[in-house]
Ligand binder design. Sequence first.
Ligand code: ADP
Ligand code: MG
Length: 692
Amino acid sequence: MPAAATVKTRPLPAGLIKLGLSRPIDRVLHFPLRYEDESQVVLLGAVLPGQTVQCQVTVLSAQVVFKPRRMLVVLVQGDLTQASLRFIYFNESLRQRFVPGEQLRFIGQARRAPNGLEFIHPKIRWGWLEPDQPVSPTLVSIYPTTQGLTQPVIARHIAQALASAMPAEWLDQQTLQMLGLPDLPRAIETLHRPPIHAHGPAALEPCWRRIRLDELVAQQIALRRARARRAVRQAPALVDQQGLCDRLLAGLPFQLTGAQQRAWQQVSQDLAQSRPAHRLIQGDVGSGKTVVAVLAAAQAVGAGWQAALMAPTEILAQQLFQKTSEWLSPLGISVLLLKGGMPAAARREALSQISEGQAHVVVGTHALIQKSVNFHRLGLALVDEQHRFGVGQRLALRETVDGLVSHTIGMSATPIPRSLAMTFLADLDVSVIDERPPGRTPIRTRLMAMAKREELAQRLLHYIDTQDGQAYWVCPVIEEQQDAERALLALEETQAWLAPLLGERLGVVHGRMPAKDKQAVMARFASGELRVLLATTVIEVGVDVPQARLMVIDHAERFGLAQLHQLRGRVGRGAGQSSCILLFDEPLSEAARQRLKALYETDDGFELANRDLAQRGPGELLGMRQSGEPSLRFSDLTRDQDLVAFAVDYGQRLIAAWSDPVARKAMGVSMDQLHALLDRWAHQADDLLTST
Ligand code: ADP
Ligand code: MG
């Protein structure tokens, strides 16, 4: 097969590796973000803002403009209406193809602009459709991608993977029929290439369910095996002989809330046992989980062991480091920050402090789980925002010292029902912090139409000038190349618009900036030098700047409910009245209207999670992660309860049959099939599987 051979020898595009798609099976499971229907042509005059459409038009003019930044603006005419197409990334040859009079089709999302509609980075097809030209029998898939990896390239690699690495069905026909599911290859194929008529999410729902079942069973087996191994392992009994926890408590500028005290007692008791702790501290945004984690670290250090604290982003790691050192350094505990991209000498020094044991508490990102990091005596692994890590990553932080494995404690704002924690999550203990620190005034939430943006800007200025205020202004970003460009453009436009008002007081952070620059801007915001932080969702997780009391969410209709709640939780952290303004663009879909309404009506994370579930139609966000459940990409433990029940039951039977060929045969699953199943979800369960 010469074709396959050339594919193998050519290195993969860097973008695929960055997306974690280096194995063919990863590409098979990289599902579209949405679909486009290129079989329909819509009259330009009938298009409404917000719609994604294909139109046939004639070029009127093409011009390079320089405000708010350099871009190509193409004016087109369709039926009796005109619209503009805008390109930020373009080359000379593209510009030259837009000759006046040229006929073309474009596919893109309409946006309201001062004079009519505009389309940012639409897809272009040269020439009009002939009246009887055959159209593709399938919808066109749009994949989540990253900078430098275009849709055609990622689609081609996925198509190749589908041809060479399609997994076989391993469940029996009877079970599939009972659950009303298609077989696995068909489900995968259909999700990548749905027939034209498969419009609307409901048509694809059985396929999604087949994928979720696969994921849930794999996860269940991995968790059960990890639990079995944990049951026979010993951990160091961490007793704070130096009394560090009491001293830390006495020195805090506040008293623990009742809920924090309860959680702390449970954690503290766990750590004093010689059975490895496996606990989740769950509490809404701002409920004060960090101090409980830092107390746990102090207990480990007081017992003569080290503690590690891992966070999902550099910004968050930096903030945790500051908090942790502020609280622990006065007690003589040495706290170290391990970051990616440290200068070689500093890194060597840090690694040696970790392995020699001079560093008592080490805070960091994924950098903590690299092979080169060896702890002297790690007794406790703490994972903040643990749902952002895979099971394997979380467990990779543990270390074994003289046969003793570290305790693990996770933190998350995502509510998990206790019964699920016990059954599906295989005996995960949960401590709930269901009370907020005192002295917080509830956040005032307002909905505001885009048309009132000017008015809002004036209010923002007033707030900054007269109340010494600080504010976040967040623009949406979606992990799809086109949309990321659109978001960046939105950010730049907003920046161009706010900069004259705010001047030096405006700072900007977005995901494509180097981590160092992001941190520098964050630090200037935290110090109060910058008054307004314009950001994409990089600030979503964990950022704690208590004096910021205003959150503006631009295009709030594009965010999911959980994300909106997280963002809003960035304010209301200190004294004084905080506000959140949800700026929305019309027309609002019914689902978006419901989301914003829910947010307006309540600020209780659990209540919002329930409403989210009730409102969310099947697969509204297609392949995007549906919720923050630990390490599940496609499944939602609450929504998919029937599949969860099946996975728990099936997983138990499989584990029982694991080393018994006869029992396994009776279940109709081969060892090869099982390994393939675990392997395809391995980025979540990696070391769980290899270590037995
Ligand atoms: P989260 O649970 O979202 O991680 P944090 O731990 O960051 O929340 O706490 C939010 C803010 O509340 C921090 O500034 C923290 O110092 C403060 N805080 C935590 N506990 C209390 C308390 N009992 N009383 C007053 N403030 C507290
Ligand atoms: Mg936190």
